[in-house]
Design a protein around this ligand. Structure first.
Ligand SMILES: *Cc1c(COP(=O)(O)O)cnc(C)c1O
Length: 359
């Protein structure tokens, strides 16, 4: 069978290699790891690879993904990463064993749903230690924990933090210690054990690797460093991991030598942007069959160092292939490494075929 284009090629064996490196680091600290596959829409082969490599639980931001993960029968607890949507409480309680919460209101809604379904739901209270995304402000966390302790069918099992997502704040000894201190005050106010302290996402790994992560932090939720092999603080390669875990392949549908600056009066482009052009003279340009409906065109790096992405519209990717070192002709394939944002789009686009490659 001839593979279609555009396609996203996924290498689960390589992702498993990365997962072993990263999970070993977490386990050596005495911490559990939740495997996060949301950037590939919880692709079953990727979830299997991460669980096979030793993930203790499986986490995702979308309840639809947790539903498909449940069908895999992995016998690992499932965790919802996104703050719960009140109107979806029943599905959340059904498909997520554990949720991350940032208000007493959402804990009450989940408690009600769990009571109606006759189950006990586990919850983590998120604390905002500075990134300004989710979490209760530290000085009123104890009150929330105390009130949560009284909710039926709901078990508050610990606290958590999420950094480097919105505000770009780096996990540090100070903000991790603050999280431990908040846990201690919540424990005192509520009488609950609160044994789980979920320190964060891939951005926690540099502090963990440095040896300075406080010992009390005993849970991490890890996606990007495993799936793309990157240090998320600066996007450098994470030591011991591979970066050839996913690959985008598109096809050349037009090849023409054209000037590098458009001819005629210019206004905004189709996306309301005013684009500046460098005059590099006449250049051989290729158009590929992928566009901004499928990915972020600034987030894909051609494997051929002589090919440059110069732009894109909804359905067309424009490349400068004047200096290409590989063969370029109508119908030939061009491959790229996507960054996190580009991969998110590729995995989500129904127009991009997903192919699993072994080895
Ligand atoms: C996405 C997400 C993670 C995983 O983040 P990575 O940077 O991919 O490791 C962890 N926690 C929460 C709350 C998330 O939304």
């Amino acid at each position: 069978m001839i593979a279609q284009t555009p396609r996203l090629e996924i290498y689960p064996d390589r992702i498993a290699e990365n997962a072993r490196v990263v999970y070993d680091l977490c386990h050596a600290h005495g911490a559990q790891v939740a495997a996060v596959g949301k950037v590939v829409c919880a692709h079953p082969e990727v979830v299997h690879a991460m669980v096979g490599a030793g993930a203790d639980m499986v986490a995702d931001s979308r309840i639809q993904n947790l539903t498909s993960i449940a069908a895999l029968g992995l016998e690992r607890p499932s965790m919802l990463l996104r703050i719960p949507t009140p109107s979806a409480a029943h599905d959340i309680v059904r498909y997520a064993d554990i949720t991350l919460n940032s208000s007493l209101g959402s804990l009450q809604v989940l408690s009600d749903a769990a009571r109606m379904l006759g189950v006990t739901h586990q919850a983590v209270l998120m604390i905002d230690v500075g990134d300004l995304r989710e979490g209760v402000w530290p000085d009123h966390a104890a009150k929330v924990a105390e009130a949560a302790a009284a909710l039926p069918n709901l078990e508050l099992i610990g606290v958590g933090a999420n950094l480097a997502c919105y505000g770009g704040v780096i996990p540090s000894v100070e903000n991790m210690r603050m999280l431990v201190d908040v846990r201690d005050s919540c424990r005192e106010a509520s009488g609950l054990e609160l044994g789980l302290i979920s320190g964060g996402n891939s951005s926690s790994l540099p502090l963990l690797a440095s040896g300075d992560m406080p010992a009390e932090i005993n849970h991490f939720r890890i996606g990007e460093t495993v799936i793309l092999g990157s240090n998320v603080l600066d996007r450098s390669d994470w030591p011991g991991t591979r970066q050839d875990t996913v690959r985008l392949v598109a096809e050349i549908v037009e090849l023409e030598r054209k000037p590098s600056v458009p001819i005629g009066l210019r206004a905004q482009n189709a996306f309301g942007e005013t684009v500046e052009f460098d005059d590099r003279g006449m250049r051989l340009r290729a158009i590929c069959n992928i566009g901004r409906q499928d990915t972020s065109v600034d987030g894909i790096l051609p494997h051929d160092p002589g090919i440059r992405v110069i732009g894109g519209s909804s359905d067309h990717l424009i490349l400068d292939v004047e200096d290409a070192t590989t063969e370029v002709r109508l119908g030939s394939e061009v491959s790229f490494t996507p960054n996190y944002g580009a991969l998110l789009g590729l995995a989500t686009s129904p127009y991009v075929e997903k192919i699993v490659r072994r080895g």
